[in-house]
Ligand binder design. Structure first.
Ligand SMILES: [Zn+2]
Length: 556
């Protein structure tokens, strides 16, 4: 009897490699994701066959993705260590997320790396030990005892490739059918991505390690002494009667194709078309999300060279302008400046401001203009005012415009886009553009009230938006495959007579270029240095939109 028991214990069960990977994907993706399924069950309203099918598709999509990934990496000799590590970490992660409500984002991974042993032991509990023993240690022990059966090399490789293709097609199929649901649910519940084990801790750890390596770098100076072109210099002692002022409006989620100025059939630009603004009809964004486009706009790097993780350790456009004696003010009404404004004065528009533009939950963009004319009235130094607008930020488009701008109806009045028709979504979105049109025209009219200033205004959106074309919604798709609606952005320029005259800048020439040429966010860094007459080492005159429209400075 004893002999028999020992024999069973010593027996090494055999399993074919593809079956092991399938079981592993099921265990990691489905079984060790308690908190993800609890979260989904809490927030997903299953009230139709479609939402039920969407709910079922989620674990299938997750398992297909995990199976695809482990098929890529788990080769003989690597299979066991990789799966052991995934099972043990996922088991602990599952316990922490389910019982303590932990989200495994980058800052949580940072805590894990920087915690001391005392702190770590404080988290150990009897329940935790039992939980990890049964969901981590036991499966791990079983795996170590397992005899994995591989086929001859070529056949094994063939099965892996077929498995990868199958998983890819399955995932693509699910995303194609349920794109609107995934985009809408994911955008409304952004924290869910930090619950998807093991993808959450793998990506957050990679991100944390990358950040650490960049954080240890020195801040990179592109030019320690940028300065105003000689004839435009002013000194601190003698205030300038006609300082140069740029109002730079960074828009949010506005797409070029919804601007009437770019040929859109609806009258979305009734106000700007009354002002003498210059419309750039063909401008490409740097990214399809704020986190990339915003720092990229202010960076000397081009889209193809730009890395959002590295850029915050490099001098940006605002740093150079500040060194060239410009006063900078960043006004924020969006989701933060992504480190771009870290070294310049910043005013955050807070939702509970006693302002008629804020309701305690949101502030519409006119809040950015409040008291700005008083500021302009007292200016004696060259100044750049950046207004970071909330623009057309979705999916709650209806929160971006006041009642008076609810002109395209019926509009979608909820953030869950799956519950609105495409026509309602487009109506809400177009109302945001209509309001942006008014907001920008108001900013231009405000600058016109100060004809003594050499003033200009440049508006550009960070990226576009999909509104249901080919089943796509929102933004953030990989640049290479993103539709033009996410990449083509509106750009508007207004130039005061005073600045045009003093800088010998030919507005008609700019207007002609704006109508004929294709530009991108890559042009902005150089064009704004040129427009503000700042000589800085990284300036490249080939990328300066205004360069060829400026007559040579005869006063030099
Ligand atoms: Zn954005």
């Amino acid at each position: 009897m004893l002999k028999k028991t020992l024999a069973i214990l010593h027996a090494r069960p055999t399993l074919k490699s593809d079956r092991l990977l399938l079981i592993a994907a099921f265990y990691l993706g489905f079984c060790l994701n308690f908190s993800l399924w609890r979260y989904t069950a809490t927030y997903l309203d299953i009230d139709s066959l479609h939402t039920l099918a969407f709910a079922v598709s989620f674990p299938v999509l997750l398992m297909a993705t995990i199976l695809l990934l482990i098929n890529l990496f788990a080769w003989p000799y690597l299979v066991k260590p990789i799966l052991l590590a995934l099972i043990m970490i996922s088991s602990v992660a599952n316990f922490m997320m389910f019982n303590y409500g932990v989200l495994l984002d980058v800052s949580m991974i940072q805590n894990v790396f920087e915690t001391d042993t005392r702190e770590a032991f404080a988290l150990v509990s009897f329940t935790g030990i039992v939980w990890v023993f049964f969901t981590g240690v036991v499966p791990a022990l079983l795996l170590t005892r397992l005899n994995i059966q591989y086929r001859p090399a070529l056949r094994e490789a063939g099965i892996r490739v077929a498995s990868i293709l199958l998983c890819g097609v399955l995932a693509w199929g699910i995303l194609s059918v349920f794109y609107k649901d995934y985009a809408s649910f994911g955008r409304a519940h952004t924290e869910i991505k930090h619950l998807i084990s093991p993808i959450n801790y793998i990506f957050s750890t990679a991100r944390y390690l990358k950040r650490q390596s960049i954080a240890s770098r020195d801040f990179k100076i592109l030019d320690p002494h940028p300065k105003l072109a000689a004839s435009h210099e002013t000194s601190d002692e003698t205030p300038d009667a006609a300082p140069r002022v740029l109002v730079l409006v960074i828009g949010e989620t506005a797409r070029a194709s919804s601007f009437a100025l770019n040929g859109y059939a609806r009258p979305t630009n009734p106000q700007l078309s009354q002002e003498e603004v210059i419309n750039f009809s063909n401008v490409a964004s740097c990214g399809t999300a704020t986190a990339i486009s915003l720092p990229c706009i202010f960076s000397a790097k081009s889209r193809t060279e730009f890395s959002k993780d590295a850029e915050y350790k490099v001098q940006n456009l605002l740093d150079l302008l500040k060194l060239a004696n410009y006063d900078i003010l960043w006004r924020e009404n969006d989701a933060g400046c992504k480190s771009v404004c870290d070294r310049v004065p910043t005013e955050k528009i807070t939702v509970n401001l006693p302002s008629r533009f804020c309701d305690g939950h949101n502030c519409i963009d006119e809040a950015l203009l409040e008291n700005l004319d008083e500021h302009l009235a007292t200016l004696t130094r060259n100044t750049v005012i950046v207004l970071h607008a909330i623009g057309s930020h979705g999916p709650a488009y209806y929160e971006r415009y006041p009642e008076a701008f609810r002109q395209f109806t019926p509009d979608c009045r909820i953030a869950d886009l799956t519950r609105c028709s495409q026509a309602e979504i487009i109506n809400s979105y177009d109302n945001t553009i209509l309001y942006t049109d008014f907001f920008l025209a108001e900013a231009v009219r405000m600058l016109k009230r100060f004809p003594n200033l050499k003033s200009s205004l440049l508006y550009v959106s960070d990226h576009g938006e999909s509104l249901g074309e080919n089943g796509r919604y929102l933004h953030g798709m990989p640049y290479a495959i993103a539709p033009d609606n996410q990449k083509k952005v509106p750009m508007i320029f207004w130039l005061s007579e005073k600045q045009a005259k003093d800088d010998r800048l030919d507005a008609n020439c700019v207007r002609q270029h704006a109508a004929e040429n294709a530009y991108s966010h890559d042009n902005l860094f150089h064009s704004l240095l040129g427009l503000l007459r700042v000589d800085a080492k990284p300036y490249d005159d080939r990328l300066d939109i205004f360069g060829s429209c400026r007559k040579p400075d005869t006063t030099l």
